[in-house]
Design a protein. Sequence first.
Length: 132
Amino acid sequence: MKKLVKVVAAVIENENNEILCALRSPEMSIPNMWEFPGGKVEANEDIYSALVREIDEELECKIETTKEIFNDNTHEYETFIINLISIKCKVVEGTPTPSEHSKLIWLKRENLDSLKWAPADIPAVEQLIQEK
């Protein structure tokens, strides 16, 4: 049986209504595809604390989350199953800096579909595009 991994993703929007997109590095699983930054939820950790911790580690900035789930999607990859929970956030301190990702860019909602997204992130991307 494939392992189920619970992951949180930050849908970070700036004051220009642009969304932060992160390019997975060639060393990561699912390399060179775009995603919303985030990471695995540890045992005994709630999804909001996990997201704040992961963004602090990955992007070296502090975020504030909304207290609601934006998108909840389960996707089966070849070797594992991911339960990806996307939560809207905003940066409250610092500037997102890539430490694990190859690149970070800010994009308007209507341009999000110009990127090659990791399959698990696509439902949240589509939801954002429709949301305008």
